[in-house]
Design a protein around this ligand. Structure first.
Ligand code: ADP
Ligand code: ZN
Length: 744
């Protein structure tokens, strides 16, 4: 009886197809294998979802090829993908597509191989001497291969015996002393780096208690709850992660560490690499700067079981580690864990899911946990562990709020800095201490307004104003990337008096250079950090004291540790605070706390200055007092009273179309259908234009749904919006976001 496999094709077909397994592949194909199968007159890629002994379908076509000897997807990863498809309301093949990196899934990138040679026969010293008499080079090559006792890469022989090795090899192959062989070589992105080994630090009492809770969970994951580690900035959370990972390795298990993409480049990775420098081969790093080849090799290094510690961003949650001991999610509150395209998953939530399926320990860490996670900890769903003091016993920095409504009157409307902030920077320069200036907005001026007719320069394809970038003298759209030469006069009324308003980081840099010409200044934002190594270089220079003032966006807010920074200036704390998003306050509180945490990590105490026009906003006041719990309490009350997550479950529907009337009409139709179908106590929002009304040429309309329970709500949406029952007209697209993070 031939075997039958049920294959889900990568291209959307929305149902699996059955194929027979030819004898050559029998016993090698299993659930989770990746295969090539015929479809019409093409051959396409798919995933084996099941192996059946009997299939109804007659005359199945045989599968064409098998990728890899072992299934590329383990049962637990397959299970995670299925859960993701059901929870985030996306087709299974879309979920499956995201669990394998493109470099592995597409099967176009392969292992890199190098030419090597090995002995074809036994070779005695006498024979080598005989060869030497005619060709010393050939003898040297032969001797080197004999010494190696295995296969030697030809390039290595060239290094060992010098030029001419290749032709000597060719001659020896011809004489049948050697035979050629291809050996697999890893493309190791970190091969050229060396890390000084670091030893585990002696933990303080709080850290030790945290670690022992984590070790208990690693030992007995079935009984353990997810652990939420709430530790103030500088409390030594990373040290706890390191020792927890070491403990898992010691117990013969593996460890997965998720970090926000932003902190992958520099310090966190370095700390892991240093701690595990003795076993560098066992560490794999997955981040967005890898080449396709490197990503492919890192993935197979994990899949083969060689790498047992993985550090990566969001999608690393799908790493094919086996015998997983712990998943660590650093900065669990970070928005970058949420994927903003299909499938719109949240990596922290997937980590928790995966930890129950494996099972393994899960550790969520943050100085500013998300309201959701902290609610889970308080309700007992998670175990809460606190680190309340800085590990090095330093004080948390003093935070001073500068009311810009008052300060502006003194310093003038042209000045970006209030008098106290300017003075504080000056003092640091005199004392040769370092300052960080933070503004979460890149570019020079965030809008260009004509002072005669009031015209604002907007992107033709998006409903946002264009940002002026002085270095290139262009205006750019930060949504779609559209760019144009900066206008010299108003495009509307041709008057030359166009005003540049709203400061971005470039303007801050310009301003700083003007008032502190003697200072050494650097800027870090998406515009200056395009190059792969720019991040590392600038941070290295700052750390070495080669920069006095570092200006940046959120890129410099997280995870960095610079002992000589004694001043952090937040140029405008209101950016992001007054946007239509129920998380605006939470996000601002988190960012302020994180940025403030960069100050005072050395001998000298740190000072933080926050410039704001709304000094009494709770996010600003609680951040000032380092009062996370106070902030959380009022945030929780607000969410409960106004029915926001986690007190309700939220799903956001966005309908977009290049034609505005079509988008709105389709949204209205959807809403009417939902009106009849939604479960009891659902709050079904009105159809309204999205805050970002138009993006990349498409008009966007939204419907928000909130309900006390997620299961009936999801079931209703799945049924009502099934494309078979409610097909979208041409040029209209519907996207479903479960537990949305960005409401724009
Ligand atoms: P967090 O991740 O909580 O912000 P870090 O892990 O960056 O904190 O720790 C801050 C600093 O304290 C680091 O320089 C770290 O090496 C140091 N540190 C951590 N734990 C200890 C300890 N037990 N004893 C001494 N120094 C420590
Ligand atoms: Zn645009």
């Amino acid at each position: 009886m031939p075997q039958t496999i049920r294959v889900l094709l990568d291209s959307a077909l929305d149902r699996p197809l059955d194929y027979s397994v030819p004898i050559a592949f029998e016993g090698r194909v299993g659930v989770g294998s990746r295969v090539r199968v015929p479809l019409k007159n093409r051959v396409v890629l798919g995933t084996v979802m099941a192996v059946l002994e009997n299939s109804e379908v007659k005359n199945q076509k045989p599968m064409a090829a098998l990728l890899g000897e072992r299934p590329l997807l383990s049962p637990s990863i397959l299970k995670l993908a299925k859960w993701m498809s059901a929870y985030y309301l996306c087709p299974e093949e879309v979920a499956l597509r995201s669990v394998l990196p493109q470099a592995v899934r597409g099967a176009k990138v392969t292992h890199k191989e190098k030419k090597a040679v090995e002995l074809a026969v036994e070779v005695s010293p006498e024979e080598i001497a005989k060869v030497a008499a005619r060709s010393p080079k050939q003898a040297a090559v032969l001797a080197a291969v004999v010494r190696s006792g295995g296969a030697v890469e030809v390039t290595a022989l060239e290094e060992e015996v010098g030029g001419g090795a290749a032709s000597a090899v060719a001659a020896l192959v011809k004489k049948k002393f050697l035979r050629e062989k291809f050996v697999r070589v890893g493309r190791d992105p970190g091969a050229s780096e060396t890390y000084l080994p670091s030893l585990p630090l002696e933990l303080n009492g709080e850290q030790a208690a945290a670690l022992s809770a984590v070790c208990r969970a690693i030992e007995d994951p079935e009984k353990a709850k997810p652990i939420l580690l709430h530790g103030v900035t500088g409390s030594g959370k990373t040290e706890v992660y390191l020792q927890a990972a070491e403990y898992a390795l010691g117990a013969g298990k593996s460890a997965l560490v998720l970090v926000p993409e932003i902190s992958l480049a520099p310090q966190t990775v370095e700390r892991f690499k240093s701690r595990f420098s003795g076993r560098q081969d066992e560490v794999a790093i997955l981040h967005s700067h890898l080449s396709e080849g490197e990503r492919h090799d890192e993935w197979f290094k994990i899949h083969s079981g060689k790498a047992r510690v993985v550090i990566g961003a969001r999608s690393a949650v799908f790493s094919p580690l086996t015998n997983l001991g712990i998943i660590i999610v650093d900065e669990e509150h970070e928005a970058s864990y949420k994927q903003e395209e299909m499938p719109k998953y949240h990596a922290r939530d997937l980590a928790v899911m995966r930890s129950t399926a494996e099972p393994c320990a899960v550790l969520l860490g943050s100085a500013t946990p998300s309201t959701e996670s902290y609610c889970n900890a308080v309700s007992g769903k998670y175990e809460l562990v606190n680190l309340t003091v800085r590990a090095d016993e330093r004080n948390l920095p003093v935070i001073r709020i500068l009311d810009m409504r008052v300060q502006r009157r003194r310093s003038g409307p042209e000045s970006l800095f209030s008098h106290p902030l300017e003075q504080a920077i000056r003092e640091r320069l005199e004392k040769r201490e370092q300052s960080i200036l933070f503004l979460n907005r890149r570019g020079h001026s965030t809008s260009l307004i004509c002072s005669v007719c009031g015209h604002v320069c907007k992107c033709p394809d998006c409903s946002v104003s264009l940002t002026y970038h002085r270095e290139v003298d262009r205006v750019l759209c930060h949504v779609c990337g559209h760019g144009a030469k900066a206008p010299k006069k108003c495009p509307e009324c041709s008057d030359p008096s166009i005003r540049f308003s709203g400061a971005g980081t470039q303007k801050v840099e310009e301003f700083v250079r003007r008032i502190f010409p003697q200072a050494r200044v650097a800027r870090m934002d998406a515009d200056t950090m395009g190059r792969k190594d720019a991040y590392r270089e600038t941070l290295g220079k700052f750390k070495a004291g080669g920069i006095d003032i570092l200006i940046g966006t959120q890129m410099i807010a997280k995870g960095l540790h610079f002992p000589n920074v004694t001043l952090v200036g937040i140029v405008n704390a209101d950016v992001g605070l007054h946007v239509p998003d129920f998380r605006a306050s939470e996000k601002t509180f988190q960012l302020l706390t994180q940025v403030a945490g960069r100050a005072g990590r050395g001998e000298e105490d740190g000072e933080v200055m926050v410039q704001t026009f709304t000094p009494f906003a709770p996010a600003i006041q609680f951040a000032r007092h380092h009062d996370f719990v106070g902030f959380w309490e009022q945030e929780r009350e607000f969410r409960e009273q106004f029915q926001y997550p986690p007190f309700v479950r939220m799903i956001l529907l966005t309908v977009r179309s290049p034609r505005e009337d079509l988008a709105e009409f389709a949204a209205q139709t959807i809403r009417r259908r939902l009106e009849e179908a939604v479960p009891e106590r659902t709050i079904l929002g009105e159809v309204c234009p999205a805050p970002l009304t138009k993006a990349k040429g498409s008009f966007r309309y939204q419907i928000a749904l909130r309900a006390p329970k997620d299961v009936p709500l999801r079931a209703c949406i799945r049924k009502t919006l099934d494309p078979k029952r409610l097909p979208m007209p041409e040029d209209v697209f519907l996207s479903i976001d479960v537990d949305p993070y960005s409401l724009l």
